[in-house]
Design a protein around this ligand. Structure first.
Ligand code: ADP
Ligand code: MG
Length: 492
């Protein structure tokens, strides 16, 4: 089977033995709310603690214990909803989702079913072929379960309840995604928005962001969706993409063999790169959802929503617009510079003091090349924003040439000092003294009298040769504009 990326329409297809297929994907992302304490108890949510050291009587479901809603988690989910341009429901309900598992001591998960805290919203993806809007179905608050550890002992399973009761936001997309690339862009954008908002740290290694990936296929041209399978709990973008590719091909094989797809829950085996059936898909009624009698419906004051809205930080889409309009950046530069909160902060720190367009060039070009090579994130940049800014300012004010700047930049990588210091110590200041430059020009001319007469008899291409010679003699430090002017004058 071949995957096809239609370059004209930018559609992703899979060519089966008989037909061309389209892949339909919808994501249920579980994002851990950034909060010091859990959704219904005051236990810590800190990552990496010893097993079962962050468990209160509520989290371990001792009889008679009552949940108390954490107002901060509610505010965090409202904030996230607003960031997704979604409707905030002033009335929502916590339900019990009943099932049995050893890492779920309550015997049910407190979640939201019919009345979630956040309704429909959207996320805009920046794809190479333009922007694409993906619908958000809902966002609801729920508790995380504990963790069963099966591989510590050959005979026993251990349970760690540190995660039990941690607040999660489940963010459900509409089935609007059409390729593994769009899924990657979607997760990155959602993660970026939450990190701008400070509502989820997005750390996938620590399990702060996982997704259930729903996949179905349909023949190109068909309007109806096919039966979907849900791949549970995938915790990296790469694995999501691999799982989708595997799963779509598996479904196409079955359908082209005139078999049917069973709607089921599958898991992705990262070692074998395949999805495997876990269980047939449970229906909502299997969970016996009912409103949690220990919790009142959640009433939110409109005033609270308004206050949160007023205090929202500038989000990536708005920032991008502003950078294009006010800083004269290209769509490409602006998209990269807002893609992560830390990158945009770095850029904004740099441009406080220097040319904005030039700063965008240096950051997306030279700086990113260095970071990629050293596999560093921008917060670990070997060159501080302040120093990069000073260097760029030295270019704009003519203190150093663009060429020398490359040299200074190189030196700043190993020695993050004020570039003025480097320029001074190494004598790299641009030569802009007309007298000194005239002397060099004169020297070059008298050494190349043959070339001068060739030039004067019409071989004007030689002008570049003279410029090159002057630059060489000056050690690359001559001000190119001045050199041009002086040469033109002398060669007249
Ligand atoms: P459940 O909670 O039972 O998993 P939901 O109605 O909440 O079901 O939908 C789960 C996800 O499945 C949503 O993200 C939705 O976009 C996606 N989805 C629904 N139908 C399809 C389909 N035919 N193909 C792919 N994804 C789908
Ligand atoms: Mg689901």
């Amino acid at each position: 089977m071949v995957e096809i990326m239609d370059q004209k329409k930018f559609n992703y297809y899979i060519q089966g033995e008989k037909n061309k297929w389209e892949v339909i994907i919808g994501l249920e992302v579980h994002a851990q709310v950034l909060s010091k304490s859990k959704l219904f108890s005051s236990s810590s949510t800190k990552f990496g603690a010893d097993p079962n050291t962050q468990v209160s009587l509520v989290d371990s479901a001792f009889p008679g214990m009552l949940p108390v809603i954490n107002q901060y988690c509610v505010e965090q989910s409202i904030k996230t909803g607003l960031g997704l341009k979604a409707k905030i429901n002033l009335h929502s309900v916590f339900d019990r989702k009943n099932y049995f598992y050893a890492d779920l001591p309550q015997g049910y998960q407190i979640s939201q079913y019919k009345n979630p805290i956040v309704g429909e919203g959207k996320i805009i993806l920046d794809m190479p072929y333009g922007s694409k809007t993906v619908g958000i179905e809902r966002l609801h608050l729920e508790q995380d379960a504990g963790k069963s550890i099966h591989d510590l002992d050959p005979e026993n399973t251990y349970v760690d309840l540190n995660r039990s009761g941690v607040a999660l936001m489940e963010i459900v997309s509409k089935p609007d995604l059409r390729s593994p690339d769009e899924v990657s862009a979607y997760v990155k954008k959602l993660r970026s928005i939450m990190r701008y908002l400070n509502t989820c740290d997005g750390n996938m290694q620590e399990g702060s962001l996982r997704a259930d990936v729903n996949v179905s296929v349909r023949k190109v041209g068909s309007k109806e969706f096919g039966t979907r399978c849900e791949i549970k709990n995938v915790n990296s973008i790469k694995f999501m993409q691999m799982a989708i590719q595997y799963e779509a091909k598996r479904q196409i094989d079955l359908l082209e063999d005139n078999k049917t797809i069973d709607q089921e829950t599958r898991l992705f085996d990262t070692k074998k790169n395949e999805t495997r059936s876990m269980r047939s898909k449970e229906d909502a009624h299997d969970y016996r959802y009912f409103p949690d009698p220990d919790l009142l419906p959640l009433k939110i004051e409109k005033k609270l929503v308004d206050t949160i809205k007023k205090n929202l930080p500038e989000l990536p889409d708005e920032k991008k617009e502003r950078f294009i309009k006010e800083h004269n950046l290209s769509l490409y530069e602006a998209t990269i510079l807002v893609s992560e909160k830390e990158i945009s902060h770095y850029y904004e720190e740099v441009v406080k003091n220097c040319d904005k367009k030039l700063a965008a060039n240096w950051i997306t070009g030279d700086l990113f090349a260095v970071l990629n090579k050293k596999n560093l994130s921008i917060s670990k940049s070997p060159i501080s924003a302040t120093n990069l800014s000073s260097m760029i300012k030295m270019i704009s004010t003519g203190k150093i040439s663009g060429k020398i700047a490359k040299e200074v930049f190189e030196k700043m990588q190993s020695n993050n000092v004020d570039p003025h210091e480097i320029v001074e110590k190494e004598g790299l200041l641009q030569q802009s003294d007309p007298k000194a430059l005239e002397k060099i020009v004169q020297e070059v001319i008298s050494k190349n009298l043959d070339k001068v007469s060739e030039y004067k008899s019409g071989k004007i291409k030689l002008f570049g040769f003279f410029v090159g010679q002057v630059m060489k003699v000056s050690g690359g430090k001559a001000n190119p504009q001045l050199v041009n002017n002086i040469l033109k004058e002398k060669l007249k």
